[in-house]
Design a protein around this ligand. Sequence first.
Ligand SMILES: *[C@@H]1O[C@H](CO)[C@@H](O)[C@H](O)[C@H]1NC(C)=O
Ligand SMILES: *[C@@H]1O[C@H](CO)[C@@H](O)[C@H](O)[C@H]1NC(C)=O
Length: 300
Amino acid sequence: MAICESSSAQSGTNSEKSWWILHGLVAGAAIAAAAASYVALSPRWYGKFRSRAVGIIPARFASSRFQGKPLVQILGKPMIQRTWERAKMAGTLDHVVVATDDEKIAECCRGFGADVIMTSESCRNGTERCNEALQKLEKKYDIVVNIQGDEPLIEPEIIDGVVQALQLQRAPDAVFSTAVTSLKPEDGCDPNRVKCVVDNRGYAIYFSRGLIPYNKSGKVNPDFPYMLHLGIQSFDTKFLKIYPELPPTPLQLEEDLEQLKVLENGYKMKVIKVDHDAHGVDTPEDVEKIESLMRERNLS
Ligand SMILES: *[C@@H]1O[C@H](CO)[C@@H](O)[C@H](O)[C@H]1NC(C)=O
Ligand SMILES: *[C@@H]1O[C@H](CO)[C@@H](O)[C@H](O)[C@H]1NC(C)=O
């Protein structure tokens, strides 16, 4: 018998939670960044703490599931360009760069005006690529945001939210920040949807491919505000230097979730809650889906 059941009758979500604070920015996609509103409201906001931020979009050509993915056209523009344009709109970023090991990608990006940093082919993942790119940048930054190139509809406000989460005087102990949105109950048992639980100050307690928290009944509770982890991550740059060097940890290996290494080593991670429909592009089929969605919403 399945230990994690989800029934289609449970698809009505209760998303009217008081912590969804800001609304309605990009194409009907409301977004609420709890951290962002702390910034606006907090009298203890000095504006100088970890002030300089860079956004890095790691992009590689080779991909087992989708060769050449960053260059795929989405309504007539390469996906990487769409991601970059969104990132450029984030007010907290002093600089946005594409980090790639591929000449075709680099050429395309320079063509639409992006700064490109060439990284080695040996980077095992996006975090390593960000780290290498960061070392090669001329200027020094306090915060680096890893912006996934396969989320062409990422809202700039989400990028700003994760940056500000690390700039807050009230979270000086956090070295990492990321975002979650509400999980659709029907995705409760999908191991590809990573769930997250946080403490009452918005620090991550745990991430899992399994359903957390786990209801006593063994079923998805349609009334519980489960949270879905989004791919965006931002780091204190000093932490990014040691992060790849930290040895893998048991929970990280068991769940195959890199971010668990941060928590297992005792570092603090700030999580912001946003309202976002994830439209990641993982396969060629996803391109059509996102294009029809953009047509629906009149995005070009
Ligand atoms: C579990 O979920 C049900 C709804 O499915 C809810 O009524 C209940 O309060 C939840 N918690 C426990 C401990 O059963
Ligand atoms: C990415 O590479 C770092 C080593 O630099 C490693 O610690 C981490 O677990 C890797 N993450 C994934 C998702 O492979």
